[in-house]
Structures are given as C-alpha cells and as structure tokens.
Design a protein around this ligand. Structure first.
Ligand SMILES: [Fe+2]
Length: 307
C-alpha cells in the first residue's frame, strides 16, 4: 500500500476517478453507480454504523469507562471519608481529654453544683516541697483570717487577698473536716520562722500562718495578704492538707500573670501539672468591703478517701 500510494499511479488513479465522476461516459456512469450502491450495501451490511453505536451504548451502559471510575471514586471517597472520619474522630478523642485539662487549668472544678457530687476529676493537685519555713511555733491566733491578728496594734501592710476553694478526693467527692494550713511571707518577704534571715523586718501585725477547716462540701477560705517574693522565689503560698492527723498533701500556690514564677525551679518542677497550682486573682472586695484581690483554688487529692 505504501509503495502503491507512493507510486505515481496513485495520483493517476485519483485523477481518473475525478474524471470518471465528472466526465465519464454513460456506461461508465452506470458502472460507477452500481459500484457505489454495492459499496453502500457493503458498508451497511458490515454494520459500519453499528460498531460506533454499540460503542456509544456499550460505553455508558457497560460502565467499563464510567462505572469503574465511579466505583473507584466511590471506593476512594468512601474509604477516604471513613479514614478522614476516623482520623477526625481520633483527633477528637485526643482533644476530649485536653479539654478537661484546660478546664482544670482554671481552678473551676467547684463551679459545678455543690450538691452534684462526685465532680468530674480533671486533674490532681501536685505536691511541692515544704521548704524550710514551716513554723516551728505556730501563732496563738491561727484561724483562717491572717489579715486580722488578734492583739495586733494594726492591720498588716500589703494587698489583701481573699481566696477560697474546695477539697476533693481522687474520686471527686468533697473532703469535709480536713485542715488546710497555709504559711507565707508578709509584705516584707519575711516568714514567721527563726531561721529566716528576714525575720528582723517581719511585720508583727501579720498572722503569717493560718488554718481553715473544710465544711461538708469540702469548702475552705482564707483572708490574707498577697505574699511578697523573696530571694529567688516568686510570690507563693505554702499549703498543707491534713485529715485525721494525717498529712495528705504538701504543696504551694502561685498566682496568675506572675512573670517571676516561670523562672522558679520549684514552680517549673511541677511540669504541666503546675497549672493546678496557679490561682487566678482579680480585683474585688473582702467580706468587710475592703478592696482586695480575690481568687479560687480547688485542691484535688490523688488518693480516694473512703469512709
Ligand atoms: Fe516559701
């Protein structure tokens, strides 16, 4: 065919055909017409149109070209969808535990109805070192109002801090009758302790140490002053929890928005759990109407107390 097409005869043949259609004699015309009719019949008989038709029908109906991709797409879509869903579900499952931690960060455990016990336990209060200044001789006045020292000639210097919270056991139940002890520096950064080199400048009007007994809902409360930072330590309040003469927890409370705290190694030693030691404070008034900082810090013991 190639040789033929490349041969000069090809051009001659085309030329001849052109001539025959245009200038052929009647006998030649009849022959050509018959040939055309035969060609038409052959074309029709071979189903020259049918294959395309069949192809057109086969394509969409067979699904060979469409169904499979749909199937693949559907499969992929379904698979990816389920996978995404699973992944999202997985992420959600990871997010869920984070949320209680976030809630726990804010010391808002006690926001739940006090009658609705047990509460959902979202964190445990970490322990911290007792430090060297736990009082060796506790003041005669050791109530929960450290701002008002019985027999003192005046009120202590410093910013009043009124805070409260609830004590829960590891099962989320309130712990009534427990003793919460706090001890801290006064406005001069001095402890009530003979070993404290700053004791010479201690504010004698400040109680320095106090106790609050939890009520039936585990609630405790204190009025004190904002402790001063000393040496390398940021503002903090030492806390000890006792029940039935047994020490349940010794720790320290810090304050929100205290840039010094993050540089403290004891603070940092609590790791992520330190959030459970930070007290959010805001402007408010104490029970006497004095301008004060107010805060809340719940305590959740790791152990469950069963009685
Ligand atoms: Fe301290």
């Amino acid at each position: 065919m190639v040789n033929t097409e490349n041969a000069s005869g090809r051009q001659t043949s085309r030329h001849s055909t052109f001539v025959a259609l245009g200038r052929s004699k009647p006998a030649e015309s009849r022959f050509c017409l018959a040939a055309l009719l035969l060609l038409a019949l052959l074309v029709s008989g071979c189903g020259g149109i049918a294959p395309p038709s069949a192809d057109e029908q086969t394509g969409p109906s067979s699904g060979g070209g469409v169904t499979e991709p749909l199937g693949q797409n559907a499969g992929n879509a379904s698979g990816e969808g389920e996978t995404r869903s699973d992944e999202e579900g997985g992420e959600g499952a990871l997010t869920t535990p984070d949320m209680p931690q976030t809630e726990g960060d804010g010391a808002e455990v006690g926001e739940a109805n006090e009658e609705d016990f047990p509460i959902e336990v979202t964190y445990f209060t970490p322990a911290q070192t007792e430090g060297p200044y736990y009082p060796v001789s506790k003041p005669e006045d050791r109530d929960s109002d450290l701002y008002l020292l019985e027999g003192a000639p005046a009120r202590p210097a410093g910013t009043i801090l009124a805070f409260d919270g609830s004590l829960y056991d590891g099962g989320g139940m309130p712990v009534p009758g427990a003793v919460i002890e706090i001890w801290q520096t006064d406005n001069n950064g001095a402890y009530l302790h003979p070993a404290d080199s700053a004791s010479s400048r201690r504010d004698v009007n400040f109680q320095s140490y106090g106790e609050s007994v939890t009520d039936e809902n585990g609630r405790y409360s204190f009025r004190t002053i904002l402790p001063a930072a000393y040496e390398r330590r940021p503002r903090h309040i030492h806390v000890k929890v006792k029940s039935g003469g047994e020490e349940l927890l010794t720790t320290q409370f810090y304050f929100s928005n205290d840039a010094e705290a993050s540089r403290d190694r004891i603070f940092a030693g609590a790791g992520a759990d330190v959030e459970a030691l930070i007290m959010e404070v805001r402007e408010g008034v104490d029970f006497e109407g004095n301008q004060a900082l107010t805060g809340r810090r719940d305590i959740v013991l790791r152990s469950a107390i069963t009685e």
